[in-house]
Design a protein around this ligand. Structure first.
Ligand code: FAD
Length: 320
């Protein structure tokens, strides 16, 4: 069976490595870039280790609580399990290394695909039995299939070189997202998730308040879906499918979970997509509304809350 994976980001690499591991099939991964350069905080709950053991050198810090500053109230959220602060570049390099052990990685900018399983690179094309689209927020596969775009938020981040020993992140709620401060190994990360129209302006407002001078700001879209492929040979996952948490923008654990769902039904890609539509569709809608609601009624929240950031995770796993 010939499998094409479009995009060698973490989701494409995880899919490739798991397909090779479980079914002894070597997928072909098409990647257009030479190096990973995705802006990302790399904040994952410790459950990431259930998917893939990570070497210590890529973990920069551990976070056990976040202080959320609403305009009129401060709430401290304790995480159980703790969050790992992972160096995203090293994480991507590590996953690429693992994926390349059993998959063929081809440098190619995929221009389009079709429902017959053809992958097009300019005038050339190759035919596959299954196409797994992990080509990010602006997915060319999604576009080729004329599927709708997910809703987009914009994530921006910059770093300030300063060492602080802390396991606490601080956030400031904004209208549709939040501004954040995350202590890393030898620097502090600042960033914002907001609507694309307001993100930059809000980032500068908060930076001014905190007396910061943002430099080398990097950004990427955060897609909130889900967008599901209705075809039996094409599977959309990761940012291409908009599998990001509406309240935090985190996409890795949800996407790895979706890959595990796909593997359970493999090679019945259609059934897997339908399962993902059912599980993620309803939850994303509920949690999108819940996030808005919490912003409005934050004054009734207790000052300290204990949560599992992947509260959806266990429920999903029970259903896999
Ligand atoms: C500022 C910011 C902070 C974030 N923080 C977190 C966080 O703390 N925790 C978390 O879980 N998530 C976080 N996210 C979200 C997370 O980065 C994404 O969910 C994750 O990168 C999705 O992985 P992916 O593999 O689906 O897509 P990507 O990482 O975008 O990878 C897609 C790959 O496909 C390749 N590609 C695209 N088009 C083509 C083509 N036509 N041909 C060939 N290759 C192609 C790209 O070059 C890229 O390598 C954050 C996002 C932002 C913007």
């Amino acid at each position: 069976m010939k499998i094409a994976i479009i995009g060698a980001g973490p989701v494409g690499c995880y899919a490739a490595f798991r397909i090779a591991e479980l079914f002894n099939i070597a997928p072909t991964i098409f990647e257009k870039k030479n190096k990973s350069q995705k802006p990302c905080s790399g904040l994952f709950s410790k459950r990431i280790l259930d998917f893939i053991p990570l070497p210590n050198y890529i973990i920069e810090n551990k976070i056990n609580q976040v202080e959320i500053n609403f305009p009129r109230k401060k709430v401290v959220v304790e995480f159980n399990p703790k969050l790992l602060v992972v160096n995203r570049k090293l994480f991507d390099d590590y996953l690429l290394k693992i994926a390349s052990l059993k998959s063929k990685i081809v440098k190619a900018n995929v221009k389009s695909i079709n429902t017959k399983g053809n992958v097009f690179f300019g005038k050339k094309r190759k035919k596959f039995d299954i196409i797994i689209a992990c080509d990010g927020a602006l997915s060319i596969v999604r576009k080729s299939l004329s599927l709708p775009d997910p809703e987009f938020l914009l994530g921006l981040q910059f770093f300030v070189k300063r060492k602080i020993k802390s396991s606490k992140a601080i956030t400031w709620a904004t209208e549709n997202g939040f501004f954040w401060q995350i202590p890393r190994k030898d620097k502090i990360e600042y960033g914002i998730m907001e609507s694309p129209q307001k993100a930059k302006q809000k980032l500068f407002e908060f930076s001014k308040k905190l007396k910061l001078k943002p430099k080398n700001i990097q950004g990427a879209l955060i897609p909130i879906g889900p967008v599901i492929s209705p075809y039996e040979n094409i599977f959309l996952c990761g940012d291409a499918a908009g599998l990001c948490k509406p309240w935090s923008g985190g996409g890795i654990i949800w996407s790895f979970t979706a890959i595990e769902i796909m593997l359970k039904y493999f090679p019945d890609i259609y059934k897997a997509s339908e399962k993902i539509r059912k599980i993620f569709g309803r939850k994303i809608k509920i949690y999108k509304n819940l996030s808005k609601f919490v912003r409005k009624i934050n004054f009734i929240l207790p000052p300290k809350i204990k949560i599992d950031t992947d509260w959806l995770f266990q429920e999903i796993h029970a259903k896999i």
